[in-house]
Design a protein around this ligand. Structure first.
Ligand code: PEP
Ligand code: MG
Length: 567
């Protein structure tokens, strides 16, 4: 079994077709007639653009307008006056067109490859694609004929380029395996649009797979199985059928609003940990982001990310989401989330200790840096701020005061931000749920964090096997906490979401609809399933189910009852 990154979900089973790239080697010659060489270069640009335009047209039909833009981007790249001007200068200096083009493209590739952010690094792949295409034209080499792949082929390639994808006849390709690439590669995006299962970053795929081998490409799990045995084949054929069936069912809900059977509208957003995950939220039809766990930006580094680094990350997520909402939760460290360089002292009881908002309110400069970055990014999208682990109203007031102070500073510095930015809180402690009436007066919105709320209400650590039996969101105590929080929010007229795992639990849906939750924030792959689930409930029926569930006295009874109703 080979492992990689699943970039396009689904199961592909077929015969491996190895795409060997043609050698683009040439012997550089010194040019004595630069004018003729420049003409040769410009002719090649014209041919390249014509070919690329055809690929874009093909992609427009197979994938869509947005996808065709990726190929048209290649045309803009090669027609960039700076690039062509520099190539011409190099030709005038005596270099042949191939060498001049290669030198300039390599320069861009190394600049883009060194970039911090993934999206810019992906641009390097685009330039490599343009370079290979242009060299092919200059050297008179035919493109790799991926378009001739017979039905049932699983493409195996070193790097999958957008132009290869543009050539693909979707109905012939069962799967794609590439040695390089990641979820945000243009070609990965295209594979998702074309719904071809794909696994990328599979080390040595070209060495481990031979042309004609039967291969299973599991784009959901990021796994490749070469020459599967009979049993594996049967297992994956069944998986493929299930995937196709479920997908067809869920796709009916793509692009649709999230509404209950009686027409009540809900917001269905996603939880993310990295700016790039915002793209996954959009791909999965999320209506925005209800929780950006910013601690991952801190965990991925060896020192505190600077204001600019954080600003870039928040802005990037905001730009990906366009006008869709983006709730950024301020640093939630401590408990099980350690960040060694912050020098948190070892505590006897870290979940009860110096963490999250408590830490931030003490280390104000670190908190201020983060809030400044969020506020600056708020000029680029629909951003809200959310404080974690609130237990008393003083914490909300102190956090908001700091936000006000920073706003004053930014105004004085003439830096743009959203003057109307909303500041809300996580309700994830028993204390917060109990005083939700007080907190609702100070907060623009609530988001219920059931992962922690369950632990703090039941005084139990889910990691401790001896008490794990107590850890359930369906404990009557936890359900009462949730109900009360939602009712207090409604009384104050503020929106109330849920970003804990329970938001995606189908057994919880009728209860949350009945209590009056307004926003569900879940992992991106859960979006369509939850939308379908919400669509199956009316408020009246949800109220009946919730009333019965809330009459029951134990977690086991509640779970059994909900399972019997929902099936
Ligand atoms: C929660 O506690 O439910 C929550 C969403 O926050 P986290 O899981 O990041 O603690
Ligand atoms: Mg939490």
């Amino acid at each position: 079994m080979l492992k990689g990154t699943g970039v396009s979900a689904g199961i592909g089973i077929g015969k491996a077709l190895l795409i060997e790239e043609h050698s683009l080697e040439y012997t550089p010659v010194t040019i004595t007639e630069p004018q003729a060489e420049k003409e040769r270069f410009n002719d090649a640009v014209k041919t390249f653009c014509e070919n690329t335009k055809k690929q874009a047209d093909a992609l427009r039909i197979s994938a869509g307008d947005k996808e065709a833009e990726i190929m048209l981007g290649h045309i803009s790249l090669i027609e960039d006056p700076f690039l062509t001007g520099e190539v011409e200068k190099l030709i005038e200096g005596g270099q042949c067109a191939e060498a001049a083009l290669e030198q300039m493209c390599d320069m861009f590739i190394s600049i883009f490859s060194a970039a911090e952010d993934d999206l810019t690094r992906q641009r390097a792949a685009d330039v490599r694609d343009v370079k290979a295409g242009m060299l092919g034209v200059l050297l008179g080499i035919e493109d790799v004929k991926i378009g001739d792949a017979p039905k049932g082929s699983v493409i195996v390639v070193r790097e999958l380029t957008p132009s290869m994808i543009a050539e693909i006849k979707k109905e012939n390709i069962a799967g794609i395996i590439a040695e390089t690439g990641s979820t945000t590669s243009h070609s990965a995006i295209l594979a998702r649009v074309l719904e071809i299962p794909a696994v990328m970053s599979v080390d040595d795929a070209m060495l481990s797979i031979r042309g004609g081998d039967t291969v299973i490409c599991d784009g959901s799990a990021g796994v490749v199985i070469v020459s599967p045995v009979e049993e594996e084949l049967k297992e994956y054929e069944a998986k493929r059928e299930r995937f196709v069936r479920e997908k067809a069912e869920l796709d009916k809900f793509r692009g649709k609003p999230t509404v209950s059977a009686d027409g009540i509208r809900y917001e269905l957003v996603c939880n993310i940990g990295k700016p790039d995950d915002a793209a996954k939220a959009v791909d999965n039809d999320g209506e925005g982001v209800g929780l950006f766990r910013t601690e991952f930006l801190f965990m991925d580094k060896t020192s505190v990310p600077t204001e600019d680094e954080q600003f870039d990350a928040y802005k990037k997520a905001a730009l990906i989401l366009k006008e869709k909402p983006l709730i950024i939760r301020t640093l939630d460290i401590g408990g099980d989330k350690e960040i060694p360089y912050l020098g948190l002292e070892k505590e006897d009881n870290p979940f009860m200790g110096f963490r999250a908002i408590r830490y931030c309110l003490k280390y104000r400069s670190l908190f201020k840096t983060q809030l400044r970055a969020i506020l600056r990014a708020s000029a680029f999208g629909n951003i809200s701020i959310m404080f974690p682990l609130i237990t008393c109203v003083e914490e909300v007031r102190a956090g908001k005061l700091l936000v006000d102070e920073i706003m004053e500073e930014l105004r004085a510095e003439g830096i743009a931000f959203d003057e109307g930015i909303k500041v809300g809180i996580m309700v994830e402690t028993a204390a917060a749920a109990v005083i939700a009436d007080i907190l609702a007066k100070e907060s623009d919105f609530f988001s219920i964090g059931t992962n922690d709320l369950t632990g703090y209400t039941m005084a139990c650590d889910r990691g401790n096997g001896n008490v794990a039996y107590l850890y359930s969101v369906m404990q009557p105590s936890v359900l009462r906490m949730i109900k009360r929080t939602i009712e207090c929010a409604a009384r104050e007229g503020i929106p109330v979401g849920m970003c804990g795992e329970a938001a995606a639990d189908p057994l919880m849906t009728p209860l949350l609809i009945s209590f009056g939750l307004t926003e569900f924030s879940v992992s991106a792959p859960s979006v369509l399933r939850l939308r379908k689930n919400i669509a199956s409930w009316t408020k009246e029926r949800a109220d009946e189910v919730a009333a019965e569930a809330m009459r029951l006295e134990t977690q086991a009874e509640i779970k059994e009852y909900l399972s019997s109703v929902i099936g």
